[in-house]
Every structure is written in C-alpha cells, then in structure tokens.
Design a protein around this ligand. Sequence first.
Ligand code: FAD
Ligand code: MLT
Ligand code: ZN
Length: 452
Amino acid sequence: MTLDVVDSLRSVVGAAHVLTDPSVTESYAVDWTGRFAGSTPAVVRPASTTEVAAVVEWCADNGVAVVPQGGNTGLVGGSVPLRREVVLSLRRLDAVSAVDSVTGQVTVAAGATIAAVQRAARGAGWEYGVDWGARDTATIGGSIATNAGGSKVARYGDTRAQVLGVEAVLGDGSVVSHLGGLVKDNTGYHLPSLLCGSEGTLGIVTGARLRLVPRVDERVVALLGFARVDDALAACGLLRRSLPSLEAVELMFDDGLALVCSSFGLSQPLPAPAAAYLLVECADRLDPSDALASAVAALRSTGAAVATEPGRRAELWRYREGHTEAINLLGPPHKLDVTLPPAALAAFVDSVGARVLTVDRRAQVWLFGHAADGNLHVNVTGVDPSDERIDSAVLDLVAEHRGSISAEHGIGTAKKQWLHLNRSAAEIAAMQSIKRALDPHGILNPNVLLPS
Ligand code: FAD
Ligand code: MLT
Ligand code: ZN
C-alpha cells in the first residue's frame, strides 16, 4: 500500500518531490510547539495547481487522506499527519505576481510567505494589512486556512477581510478559481469566505487575490507600563477612541516580560517594572508621535519607552513577539487562544490562573495577547502536555464568560473536542454537510475541526 502511494505520487510530481526518508519527513510530522507529532509515508511537494489537483484526485480515488501544510507554524496541531496521512506541502507554489498598483491588489500562490507578500506590497507603495511574528515562515495558504489574525486586526481586519478571491482544489480534485479581483461581485456563495478558516478540510488553497492597504511610513512605537491590569485594559479603549492612526495594541504581563528578558538576555524596557504592559504602534503619512504622546498623557501609565527609529521599534516589538518562543523553551505548552467580551476580560485574567491550578498545582500560566481585539493567549507550562483537563479548565471558563475558544489560531486537533462550547448542534451539522459536499471522500485533513 505504502509503496503504491509513493510510486503513484512520484509519477505525478517527479521522484525528487516525494520525500519518504523518515529523517527528512520527521520535521513535517511534528508541529511548531512539539506537542503534536505523527508520521507519514510521504511528503509530496507539487509545483503547480495542476499537480496539486492530480495528487488530490489520485488520493480521492484511492481513499488516501491528505494533510495540507504550508509553513507548519500553526499552533493547534492541524498541519501534521497524526494517522499516517500523506503530507501535501504547498511551499513550492511560492510565486508573488506583480502588484496591481492601481487597484492595490496582488495575486499570490499559496506557498508564498507573509513576509514575501509584505515586501512585494511595500515595493509598490502598498502594504499587506496582516502581520504577525511568524511572517518569515507562515504562508498565505496557511493563513487563509486558519484565517490568521495578528497584531493589526483592529485597523485592517483579519485575513478573511483581505481575500478577494481564491483558487483551490476541492476534495475530488476539481479546481475552483476566482481571482479577477472585482471588489463588488455578488454572484452567489462567497467561496473565499468559506475557505477562510476551513483549516484544510474543504479544499487545498493554491492561490489568492489579496487586497492591499495604502503604505504609511511614519511610525511610532510605545511600550507603556501600568500598575493595574484594569488600567491597561481601560487604556486600550481610550487609545482606540482617540487615535485614528492606531495600528496595534498588544498586551503583556510582568511574568511574561521577565521570561522574555531572561530567555534572550534583554534588559527590562522600563526603569520600574509594572504589572501589565501595552505595546502600542501608530502609523500615518505624517509623524503620529505627538498624537500618541497626548493620548498617553491621559492614561494612568507608570512609564513609557518610545521609539520612532526602525531598529529601536523592532527592539520594543521583541519584548512582545519573543513570548511564543520563550514559552516554548520551557517545554511543549498548552496553547489556548481565546477572545473575551470586553466587559469580561479583566475578570477572566484574574481567575484563569486559579482555575488551572485546581487541575495541577505545578502549572505556570502565561498570558499575553492582542488587547485591541480582546484576544488573550493563555499558555500553560509545567504540566503534562497531554493532560486535556488543563485545556478543559481554560475553555470552560471562556465559555462561562461567553467568549470564543479560538480567536485566531483555529480549532485544529487541539480544540476539536470543545467545538460544542461555541457552536450549536445545528451549526456543526451544517458544517458537516458543507464538508461532505466539498470533500465527498473525506480525505482532506480528517483530524481537525469537526467531530469525526
Ligand atoms: P500551517 O501551520 O502549515 O497549517 C495551518 C493549517 O492550515 C493546517 O490545518 C493546514 O492543514 C492548513 N493549510 C496550510 N496550508 C494550506 C493550504 N494551502 N490549503 C489548505 N489548507 C492549508 N497566528 C495568528 O493568527 N496570529 C498571530 O499573531 C500568530 N503569531 C504566531 C507567532 C509564532 C511565533 C508562531 C510560530 C505562530 C503564530 N501564529 C499566529 C500561528 C500561525 O503562524 C498561523 O496559524 C498561520 O496562519 C499558519 O500558516 P502556515 O503556513 O504555517 O500553516
Ligand atoms: C502571538 O500573538 O504572539 C501568537 O498568536 C503566537 C502565540 O499565541 O504564541
Ligand atoms: Zn496572536
């Protein structure tokens, strides 16, 4: 069986692009956190939509399940073969077409990285409105499949808001392609919206038509300290109301910041430590520093570090973006990425640590996130990575507060059993019907999102 798979896939994409050596395929079979790992008979690396379609059609005809993979930076165990599925890597489809500088749109193949799209956009006087720490590795296809968020959602929206059209291979090998880029186009079901956040269960995204935003080069970043969490959360609302140039408001806490500092040899960013921190970025055509300074003067901040020069701005962002890597260095974490209604955020921050400690006294709970979106990343280390009581404790608390159990990372395999906390039986049944329609043989990423 395994040999048949390998031989058949080699005949489609060429022998060099079907990897079978376990020492090579291993890195495709473990997720970024190290919490989810499996194995695969083959990693297949097509170079075109035609080749992707041929691979999927062969797999559909032969009942072989497929896990699509982009940069493998996903954080819910959705991109790895847990039951010996074939891995379909999209990384060779990495073309970025010329930016249409009149419409501010670009057509991109699924394996292009976020950084490559950002570079292309900037070179043409535009910007891609989505950004996050894994930009150099994460791909457009993966970001569509997860509907990635990141730090600029409050200003430009999530990935779904940027996608004007997609090209994708459905579960029977047929290709749907709608890349014309018409902004107004009410001709029936909006397949791009459906594929955004579908986590590889409905189709393999091979390309996308993306909306860009005007490039604004005058930037200021401020790292603000607060004595109380409530003060930081209140400041976020005030900044959003008073600063049209606001691009990001990111939340950190004293313990997480100290961990980042000790992990990477950084000094504390402010003269006096604080309980909570906001990292704020404003961007405009004219220098937004004065506007930010007067907004900050109205806050209960205990101190601020401010930067306009690019290198210094990046240094301040390191304190925030370093959290993911610093936490992973402690061992595979439980990563719970959640949204709370604004009124419930402070109470959740106050109680989530205690709730986790009732499960395991050894737990260390790390909180950080995207304050402007009410999106908190709850990471738990020091416990057994497979102890799902930890995940349950956090997600049940989220549901009690009427929040979302997945703000931006998706459901994957990590949260599959808790989908019912946010979705009714009727909604799940509707999703299953859509899945059956677009993937009639059930071969596309069978371990994620929906109940088996
Ligand atoms: P993968 O990890 O390869 O796959 C993710 C999912 O998409 C899987 O289910 C996979 O099967 C599916 N998939 C991949 N490619 C395709 C395709 N072409 N067609 C169909 N399905 C596909 N995420 C955020 O939203 N916001 C953040 O701020 C953020 N910060 C991060 C910081 C770090 C340091 C890291 C490591 C990750 C971060 N992430 C963040 C998570 C991750 O980068 C995103 O989920 C990203 O969209 C995954 O892209 P990828 O190409 O790596 O996809
Ligand atoms: C982030 O905001 O840094 C990411 O979503 C990654 C994470 O949750 O660790
Ligand atoms: Zn995030």
